[in-house]
Design a protein around this ligand. Structure first.
Ligand code: FAD
Length: 358
């Protein structure tokens, strides 16, 4: 929902939650940075020197960025002037402020990352939310998505929405999508002029938002939980394939064919919790079922979604969508259905927060 901060539809405060709900269930919450997870001594070490013994350790550190993939773009520039805004927080607000103070007729550039990355429909929802704001406040603004890919999640539905709402496909389109094949892949940034150097041509923006290529969060590398960029797991339990008694879930895990989404992470957490309880009771873990839904608000009263229920193919250790269990919302749906999907999006958010935090 942090993309809605960019259109002014909501505040960061509305996305900020505490841990009191967990404490009410007797969970001890420690806010500290984990610097080591030792699979042999079964101990977690934190930045402030605390040590915690574990029988089972669940690790969900999210994604990290491949800094250096785009020459000239680094963490300091992201914090100060060219935000990635891919962790909701100060950079989201910075990006919102930049869009608000951009001149009428200004140019916003969003650089979308290669697969796999957190929230596959996110960059395209972001473009839509910025367009939604500009339609009212800066109607001559242009938003260009420079993409490292040739296709993206819910593409047909996005294009339908952009065509209806923002003139996509015409010379006056507010949104332009440049695929990798069309020269959208970016190699370098000049932060002073906000110019992106592509393979075919350069692009200059008034506001630039770069979402860098991704990998598992740093602690996954420090704790030797990765194979390549992501953490391999036994998908029946989400126990690490590299170290026993450590469970990795969410964006950091390699959970093909589930996307890297909050709903997927929530669903995997339940499977891991059930597997840990079974283990403590000397029982075999059950056959897991997973679920994911991802809503995107493309414009006012215009929502779209993709949903699936999954089970495990044990032979291939792959999480497969159950045929007929979901799919994308219908193309050319009635205005009533599109409007309803916006309210579904917001009620999904309320429900998942309630499930996790309250
Ligand atoms: C713009 C945007 C829109 C999105 N929209 C949706 C949506 O509509 N629906 C949906 O399902 N998903 C959405 N997502 C994706 C969703 O946010 C992520 O998939 C989800 O947050 C993944 O959960 P996680 O637990 O794996 O990682 P995170 O939520 O990133 O949590 C990781 C946590 O671990 C902490 N951490 C990391 N390292 C350490 C350490 N060493 N010590 C202590 N703590 C540490 C981090 O501070 C962080 O709090 C969106 C993402 C973005 C960026």
């Amino acid at each position: 929902m942090s993309n809605e901060v960019l259109s002014g539809e909501r505040t960061l405060q509305s996305l900020t939650f505490g841990y009191d709900g967990l404490r009410r269930y007797g969970v001890e919450v420690v806010q500290d940075r984990v610097v080591g997870i030792n699979p042999d001594t079964r101990q977690v070490t934190t930045d402030s020197g605390n040590r915690f013994d574990f029988d089972a350790c669940v690790v969900s550190p999210g994604v990290g960025f491949k800094w250096g993939a785009i020459e000239g773009y680094d963490e300091q520039i992201a914090n100060e002037s060219i935000p990635h805004a891919w962790f909701a927080g100060p950079q989201t607000q910075l990006l919102r402020n930049q869009i608000e103070s951009m001149p009428e007729g200004g140019h916003v550039i969003i650089v979308a990352p290669p697969n796999p990355f957190k929230c596959p429909p996110g960059p395209y929802e972001r473009a839509s939310q910025i367009a939604m704001y500009c339609q009212h406040h800066k109607p001559r603004a242009k938003i260009t998505i420079l993409d490292a890919k040739d296709a993206f999640s819910k593409q047909g539905l996005y294009i339908e929405g952009w065509t209806k709402l923002y003139g996509y496909g015409t010379d006056n389109s507010m949104i332009q999508w440049i695929s990798a094949a069309q020269g959208g892949a970016v190699e370098e940034l000049d932060p002073d002029t906000r110019t992106l150097v592509g393979l075919v041509e350069d692009f200059q923006g008034d506001v630039v938002n770069i979402i860098p290529p991704q990998k598992a969060g740093a602690i996954a590398f420090a704790a030797d939980l990765v194979d390549g960029d992501w953490c391999p797991v036994d998908k029946r339990t989400f126990e690490s394939s590299r170290h026993k008694d450590i469970y990795v879930l969410g964006d950091a895990s390699s959970a093909s064919k589930m996307p890297k989404s909050a709903y997927a992470a929530n669903s995997q957490a339940k499977v891991a919790a059930a597997a840990i309880i079974a283990r403590f009771q000397d029982k075999e873990p059950g056959d897991p079922t997973f679920v994911n839904t991802c809503y995107s608000v493309v414009g006012e009263d215009f929502g779209i979604s993709v949903a699936a229920v999954y089970n495990l193919d044990s032979d291939t250790n792959t999480i497969e969508p159950i045929p007929g269990s979901g799919g994308v919302s219908p193309a050319n749906a009635s205005p009533e259905i599109r409007k309803r999907e916006v309210s579904y999006a917001h009620s999904w958010f309320a429900n998942v927060i309630n499930d996790m935090m309250e």
